[in-house]
Design a protein around this ligand. Structure first.
Ligand code: IFM
Length: 721
């Protein structure tokens, strides 16, 4: 098995949606779906732009897809030689995880096509493709290369007023409907042959047409350079794009590729987990790390990663808790500058979080459940569509998943603990923690005079049970956030004036006084035989099996949650909830407690979210259930290899890549199998290797120092450098 690539034989248009995800080439600025160059909208092509959103009419706001500047299609003697228009003798696609290069090889009677393309990690505005045709008979070639405006949108269209310029660089500009953001795509080509050149503009885009006679046995190659800018990047995005693609054309494909490969080599040097002993697992881990690394916002100083990465518009391109709890750890331990960028996005979107809290009558910061640019809430009141009535179902995710603010505070504190870098807290992070704590105070303060303080009417990670009281996970996150607020004073003990001024600027005096009583009184969960109750009354719900609940479904796409969902009246849960709590606070629970809860909750968990299995795997490692951890690891790490994940929530398409699982795979390897943990401000290893693994080795940066973690069956150790 080639542990560094994913291949697929044959042309399977019916798999186009999933393959577009699995074969994604991305660079943090944009994602180019893994479809062939000639793909029309029926194969879901997309160049999804990070952080550029638009709303069309009253539909959901979602990220904007740019026109595709790597479009190629050709005809021989007037006959189209394209997938979907002619039957290939053979077709294969391959994605190389090491350098993010997508290869394609297609054989028709008359021609062999081979291409390789990438989204440059060295120059984030660049897409490049080397496209080669070897002819098997003489004929007249008509080759179209250009910028396709056949854009696949879920809730679009988003681009209007198309304007095309044609010359050495083709340039297509359009503006978004809602905020009038200009999106510019330019393209230049470098053919290694002479041809007659003409230009065409059609409803499908702007094209350069090259015509010439070809001979049997002849090979022609054309390199394409596409550049993408928007007016959010530069006031003259069109000029920038045209200039860049012409410069890259001069440089040539090989030089662009070399720079891109160097950038990837650096990423792998800093983050690769080498897993020895099982090739399938090694490949799955490479895939996971490739996907997560490929969508990291390296070009920005404040940006986060959408829940489906840059694979399209699913989940509205929004930022969820996935960022802080699932993506953050790999970056914090391997490329802390990226972890910082993710958190800087939350610091910058504090005004949006304050506004959201205020809109519900609370103070402090209540972050968006599905955060778009500026912290704008993308989550709608009706986030699921019922498969029977086709009516939207009222869901309360945006109103009640209040753990989001605590999740952000948790990551801010972890960033400091892992990097030892206080500057992020100084530059707004401390303010975020204080404002999140204030939100919990304001949500609970009315009951501060009683013995205990409840957090009522919330939703924990298990979204099948809405509007519950005292979710164990939520209360723990709120508690941790309040404690983190207090910790800030100790941390800045050497800068008492700075800290006092911060509190004063925030008008925090009264709230500060409320933190200790709230910490003392916030409701701790009920225990039954060592099992933490997920929320008040959970143990009284019907205790049945997953199979019982599945048997009640009348439609495979039916949503299990909401008012009439089959899981609601039962103890069946969607995803790790109490178990996520145990995974995130390993020092707060004994092995016995972890074992009792794992035993109880695992059979009751659907794992209906890609965020679930990794939390169970992490805790399984802790209690020596290495066979279970192994199975859950493979499930997590293989998700974007197999493409076989849940595609629908009710009638809403939720397919795409799964960065949370990708980050989860790293967490299982590093925090689970190697057992990397922080205790008393020091990193420790508590290895729990499944029998399939003989060795794990990976780099981390601990408080600025580069270390290598090595774990074998004999034990684990840190090596310098
Ligand atoms: O954040 C998750 C949530 O926990 C479950 N549904 C999908 C979201 C995005 O991954």
């Amino acid at each position: 098995m080639d542990v560094w690539s994913l291949s697929k034989q044959g042309d399977h248009p019916e798999d186009a949606a999933q393959d577009g995800n699995r074969f994604l080439a991305a660079n943090g600025y944009m994602g180019l779906r893994g479809v062939p160059e000639e793909a029309g909208a029926d194969r879901f092509p997309a160049v999804t732009l990070a952080g550029v959103y638009d709303r069309f009419q009253d539909r959901w706001r979602e990220p904007v897809n740019a026109p595709n500047g790597l479009f190629v299609q050709f005809f021989l003697d007037g006959l189209p030689l394209s997938l979907g228009k002619a039957e290939p003798l053979m077709h294969s696609a391959q994605l190389h995880y090491q350098n993010g290069v997508y290869h394609r090889r297609t054989e028709f009677d008359a021609v062999l096509i081979e291409s390789e393309r990438f989204a440059s990690l060295a120059q984030c505005h660049l897409l490049a493709d080397r496209y080669q045709m070897t002819f098997r008979r003489d004929g007249e070639l008509t080759l179209y290369t250009g910028i396709s405006t056949e854009i696949w949108d879920i809730n679009g269209p988003h681009l209007f007023d198309f304007r095309h310029e044609q010359g050495e660089a083709l340039l297509t500009e359009a503006v978004t409907g809602e905020k009038h953001i200009t999106v510019a795509v330019a393209q230049a080509v470098r053919p290694d042959f002479e041809a007659q050149e003409a230009f065409e503009t059609t409803a499908a885009g702007s094209f350069r047409v090259l015509r010439r006679a070809v001979r049997k046995g002849e090979t022609l190659t054309v390199a394409l350079f596409a550049a993408v800018y928007t007016s959010l990047d530069h006031p003259a995005p069109g000029e920038q794009a045209a200039r860049l693609c012409l410069r890259m054309k001069e440089l040539g494909f090989a030089a662009c590729l070399a720079a891109h490969e160097d950038a990837w080599a650096d990423v792998w040097r800093r983050s690769l987990v080498e897993l020895t002993g099982d090739e399938e697992a090694a490949r799955a881990l490479h895939a996971s790390q490739y996907h997560l690394n490929s969508i990291a916002p390296r070009h920005s100083d404040a940006m986060s990663i959408p829940a489906r990465g840059l694979s399209g518009q699913t989940y509205k391109g929004a930022i969820f808790w996935d960022s802080e709890i699932f993506f953050f750890p790999m970056f914090a331990y391997t490329q802390p500058e990226i972890a910082r960028v993710l958190l800087k996005y939350r610091i910058d979107t504090l005004p949006g979080a304050r506004q959201k809290a205020a809109s519900y009558g609370y103070r402090g910061a209540f972050y968006a459940w599905e955060s778009q640019e500026g912290g704008q809430e993308g989550c709608t009141d009706f986030n699921v569509v019922d498969v029977f009535t086709h009516r939207p179902v009222r869901t309360y995710f945006r109103d009640k998943q209040i753990h989001i603010s605590g999740d952000i505070a948790y990551a801010l504190r972890s960033y400091y603990e892992i990097t030892g870098d206080r500057s992020l807290l100084e530059e707004g992070g401390a303010k975020v923690i204080l404002e999140c704590a204030r939100f919990y105070i304001s949500r609970a303060s009315a009951r501060l005079d009683g013995d205990t303080v409840d957090l009522n009417d919330v939703i924990g990670p298990d979204e099948y049970h809405e509007r519950v009281a005292n979710s164990a996970f939520t209360n723990a996150m709120a508690l941790h956030c309040l404690k983190s607020a207090l910790m800030l004073r100790e941390l800045f003990a050497d800068r008492p004036e700075w800290f006092a001024r911060l509190l004063k600027d925030l008008n925090y005096e009264q709230d500060w006084a409320l933190i200790p009583p709230l910490i003392a009184r916030i409701r701790r969960p009920r225990l039954r035989d060592g099992v933490i109750e997920q929320f008040d009354g959970y143990f009284e719900l019907e205790d049945c099996s997953l199979d019982d609940v599945r048997a009640r479904l009348r439609d495979p796409r039916e949503y299990w949650g909401g008012d009439h969902g089959v899981a609601g009246p039962t103890q069946i849960i969607k995803q790790a909830d109490v178990i996520a709590l145990l995974a995130l606070f390993p020092g707060d629970f004994t092995d016995r407690e972890v074992a009792d809860n794992w035993q109880y909750y695992e059979p009751r968990t659907e794992h209906g979210s890609s965020l679930s299995a990794c939390m169970y795997a992490l805790t399984a490692c802790r209690i020596g259930k290495t066979d279970e951890a192994w199975e859950l690891f493979l499930r997590t790490a293989n998700i974007d290899v197999s493409g076989s994940s849940k595609q629908w929530a009710g009638e809403i398409y939720i397919g795409g890549t799964h960065p949370a699982a990708n980050g989860g795979a790293w967490m299982i390897a590093a925090l689970g199998f190697a057992g990397l943990r922080i205790r008393d401000g020091r990193p420790e290893l508590h290895p729990s290797l499944p029998r399939q693994i003989s060795r794990l080795r990976f780099p981390i940066v601990w408080r600025g120092e580069r270390l290598t973690v090595e774990v074998t069956r004999e034990g684990g150790r840190f090596l310098r450098g």
